[in-house]
Design a protein around this ligand. Structure first.
Ligand code: FAD
Length: 480
């Protein structure tokens, strides 16, 4: 192996091949639940170096784990425990290569931090709308690798919808330049969309051409108290009607989830938390292309209709950006408040929006029946049919024991309910190493066979992120 390490040092420079010392930033997953052991962490500085690293690893039959910001929530970006995998970190490749105002595109390297992409667009008077709580450290390569969602999907779509082209290093170490930036290009199979969401199992994204949008003239945020999940879905329908493409955010938060924020972060003032009969809060964002007055008038018209229809019992519209930021901060603090309350079991599910009220009613009753005292932390991107239907141990239980004894059972109960309602057990976060068995269970055999055929065709040696998404396929011998 020292020959491979020497080769890697020659390619990227010795300081960029890490083999000892504290490597936990690359070896430990974001939730700190899984720690692997890397043969080396390699940090190439350009696409040519990535290609040379991949060729060297392929020749040695050594597996590669592509890594961006290591904020993924499915254990896809850290090595296994074998000590034989190379972590290929893209974070040195963080340049903005080009910005084309007329084409409304920007080409960035894969290691560019999402917030820096947003800032570069902003500086040019434009908008890159992908937004999620990890944006200060996740990278565009990881966003595309996982097809990340976030808070603006209801208007702009997932990372996939925001990408027009990719540059990819294949598992053979060849470079595919697909950075055309075209909005129309029907020339054969859609390779770009194959790599997006493949979680580093088919190749390494080294750069991407991203879609930009005009910046809205005004952005307003409102918080509504709604009497039930049915009413939340009805409010979503009204918001689509009234705001059209102006609806850029629609988040739902259950009372228990908000209660945890109120309890653990008392400095954050959760609207309507003292009204015991408010089971859900909804956060709405309206981005307007005309003016703040126009935005406010449309919001008021929407809320008036929603009050009359009984969908909303109370509401506040943020007066300024600080208030809007504070409302979003409450929503984004739910995972932290949950962590303060103790260990918990997280889910990232989606169900057709029309079926969400029935799903929640069914799942809540089923969980209460099967695991008495269980506490449900239900919140998420309702505008996309995506809920984080999380489960907290009963108040008198030991969370560690609960997790050890109940995690499998809880996952089984939730995912069976999701399947029954025609949903997905992984809406945003992907499969990684965490949900390989769930993919086997819930994906159709035909779909799995096609996925395996694609993997075998593109990565016959099985060196790209093995054990992720499809589990470990028997590796073929190293290339001569
Ligand atoms: P990593 O964690 O480094 O990698 C993730 C996966 O992508 C791995 O399989 C890795 O091998 C692969 N990968 C990384 N870089 C490349 C590359 N260049 N080429 C090929 N494959 C690559 N996700 C959402 O979708 N929506 C959310 O709202 C959301 N909120 C979050 C909030 C918090 C606080 C945290 C910690 C995470 C959240 N996530 C969310 C999950 C995570 O931030 C996203 O999955 C993000 O897109 C991962 O980016 P990353 O650079 O950290 O990727």
């Amino acid at each position: 192996m020292s020959t491979l390490i020497d080769t890697l040092r020659r390619i990227v420079g010795a300081p960029h091949v890490l083999t000892d010392g504290d490597l936990s930033a690359w070896e430990l997953d974001w939730r700190r639940r899984e720690r692997g052991k890397a043969l080396a962490v390699v940090r190439p500085g350009n696409t040519g170096e990535v290609a040379a690293v991949v060729r060297a690893c392929a020749a040695a039959g050594t597996a590669i784990v592509p890594q961006g910001g290591n904020t993924g929530l499915a254990v896809g970006s850290t090595p296994d425990l074998s000590g034989t995998q190379v972590v290929l970190s893209l974070t040195r490749m963080a340049a903005v290569r080009a910005l084309d105002r007329d084409n409304l595109t920007m080409t960035v390297e894969a290691g560019c931090i999402l917030q820096n992409v947003q800032d570069a667009a902003d500086k040019a008077g434009l908008l890159f709308p992908l937004s999620l709580a990890a944006e200060g450290s996740c990278t565009i390569g990881g966003n595309l690798g996982t097809n990340a969602g976030g808070t603006q999907v209801v208007r702009y779509g997932n990372a996939r919808d925001l990408c027009l082209g990719l540059e990819v290093v294949t598992p053979q170490g060849e470079v595919w330049n697909g950075l055309k930036g075209l909005r129309k290009d029907n020339t054969g199979y859609d390779l770009r969309n194959l790599f997006i969401g493949s979680e580093g199992t088919l190749g390494i994204i080294t750069a991407a051409t991203l879609k930009l949008y005009p910046k809205p003239a005004a952005q307003l945020t409102a918080w509504a108290a709604v009497p039930s999940m049915e009413h939340a879905v009805a409010l979503l329908g009204l918001a689509h009607q009234h705001l059209g493409a102006g609806l850029t955010g629609f988040e739902v938060m259950g009372r228990f989830a908000l209660g945890l924020v109120h309890k653990h972060m008392p400095q954050l003032r959760v609207p309507f938390i003292d009204q015991e009969d408010v089971p859900y809060g909804v956060l709405l964002e309206n981005s307007d292309s005309e003016s703040e007055d126009h935005a406010r008038a449309r919001f008021e018209a929407l809320l008036e209709t929603a009050f009359e229809a009984g969908c909303v019992t109370d509401a506040v519209v943020a007066e300024n950006l600080t208030q809007a930021h504070n409302l979003w901060h409450i929503r984004e603090s739910i995972p932290l408040a949950q962590a303060e309350e103790g260990l918990n079991i997280k889910h990232d599910i989606s169900v057709p929006i029309s079926r969400i009220p029935a799903f929640v009613e069914y799942a809540d009753a089923m969980m209460a029946r099967e695991i008495p005292g269980v506490r449900l932390v239900n919140f998420g991107h309702l505008g996309d049919g995506n809920l984080h239907y999380n489960v907290q141990a009963p108040v008198d239980g030991d969370p560690k024991v609960f997790l050890r004894e109940q995690e499998e059972n809880v996952n089984h109960l939730v995912y069976e309910a999701v399947a029954q309602f025609g949903g997905s057990f992984s809406a945003e976060h992907g499969i990684g190493a965490l949900k390989v068995d769930k993919l086997e269970k819930y994906q159709s055999p035909t779909a799995l066979a096609m996925m395996r055929a694609i993997k075998a065709a593109l990565d016959p040696q099985g060196i790209m992120n093995p054990g992720r998404v499809l589990g470990t396929a028997p590796a073929m011998p190293a290339a001569p």
